[in-house]
Design a protein around this ligand. Structure first.
Ligand code: ZN
Length: 157
């Protein structure tokens, strides 16, 4: 028997990034507790071993496929999962920061598709197709849309 779960957890109390519960810190800022990260990682390890048709079936059982494949993708790239979500982040993005494409993800995509990507042509809506193992430029069986990741960096200039 696992832990008894509260089955009417309200979505506003869940982290929008990883669906963990949010806790409120001493500044009344909501932060991710990360309490679902272990569950995600367990599912990712299972998913990694599946072949494409098993993956397609597995994804059918998940209510938010895009979220799952998105998080799986990050987990695969970074080798671990953590979540630093806080609802304060949107207030404190400094003016002197720059939004760049996640260099790890781009390197990985370029390796898979065998083409150097022109970063100037990417925007926040840009995406590739991903089957859980390899990135592609075009849609295909077992492939899911994966948005390009953007990261905020401080910028002195
Ligand atoms: Zn989270």
């Amino acid at each position: 028997m696992g832990k008894v779960r509260n089955n009417y957890r309200k979505t506003e109390f869940l982290c929008p990034e990883c669906m963990s519960t949010l806790k409120t810190n001493e500044y009344f800022v909501k932060e991710c507790s990360g309490d679902r990260i272990k569950e995600w990682e367990k599912a990712f390890k299972k998913y990694r071993k599946m072949n494409i048709s098993e993956r397609t079936l597995y994804l059918e059982t998940i209510s938010n496929k895009d979220k799952f494949t998105d998080l799986y993708n990050k987990w695969e790239i970074h080798g671990h999962m953590n979540c630093a979500y806080s609802n304060r982040i949107y207030d404190i993005i400094p003016n002197n920061s720059v939004l760049i494409v996640d260099p790890l993800q781009i390197k990985r995509i370029e390796k898979d598709i065998g083409i150097k990507i022109d970063l100037n042509k990417l925007d926040e809506e840009s995406y590739f197709w991903y089957d859980g193992k390899t990135y592609f430029i075009e849609e295909g069986p077992g492939r899911h849309k994966i948005k390009v990741e953007w990261v905020q960096l401080p910028y002195d200039g």
